[in-house]
Design a protein around this ligand. Sequence first.
Ligand code: SF4
Length: 307
Amino acid sequence: MGYIDAESVRKTVRDLCIQACTVLPDDVLSALRRSRDAEGKSLAGDIMDMLLENAEIAAGEKVPICQDTGLVHVFLDLGRDVTMKGDLFQAVVEGVALGYTEGYLRKSVVDDPLFDRVNTKDNSPPVIHLELVPGSDLTITVMPKGTGSENMSRLAMLTPAAGPEGVKRFVLDTVKNAGANACPPMIVGVGVGGMMDKAAYLAKRALLRRIGERNPDDRVAALEAELLREINELGIGPAGLGGSTTALWVAIETYPTHIGALPVAVNLQCHAARRATAVLRPESVSCEWDLPKRDALNGKGGGKDER
Ligand code: SF4
């Protein structure tokens, strides 16, 4: 048994925020390079070159990949055997505030969404998703999400009669409707099932999947491949200026649903597909109380207990 200290969570979240905002994940970079090669000598190819150069400069000079450093989503996969020392959620909130302050990242969060809309000045609070998982690790993934692509995301409560075809049509309509506003080439996260809240969560969670990893269910994987092909046939292209790379990847996550429901959510992710992950392992627990010595328990005595 061991514990994870809130202080290490705070520092890790701080570092992950800075890393995510400045360094694109390797799978995203590889996908951008493959697409650049596929576009060849064309306007689309030139734009892909610019995106890659931008990513290279950001990583090299430790500056943000995009001016919109987003609202941070923090995914916590907490092992059931982990004991937390300190307040986990507070540590995450403080870690985000530290990361955005020390990393000189733009602060984009307002406190009250309806009326005051006053900037919180440290980009906190993040949106936190906690899942309990088997094991004794804490996996933390930070995903800063800009609004260009987020605002073009959509949710629909379809009826079961719509089936996979209805889901496909809705995803394609969402991408078509987003056009250049979602800063393509994008990654398309799709959540199907549960109720409306679960579908939206699944769509966001789908964006955590590495590019190249298909859903383990063959039928869902086939739908992902079909959608990727058809999205790229839309011709929206990089920056919406035409080309064969509208999406880098499509990831679908599913969950059981009600007999009368078929909720589907589409969460669009722009080419600045930022995420960073760390795994924290427990430190060994040092007991805060004195246990009797084995000899004393056996009655052999260390001289202390002389009853
Ligand atoms: S959608 Fe993405 S690339 Fe476009 S401005 Fe927002 S964060 Fe930047």
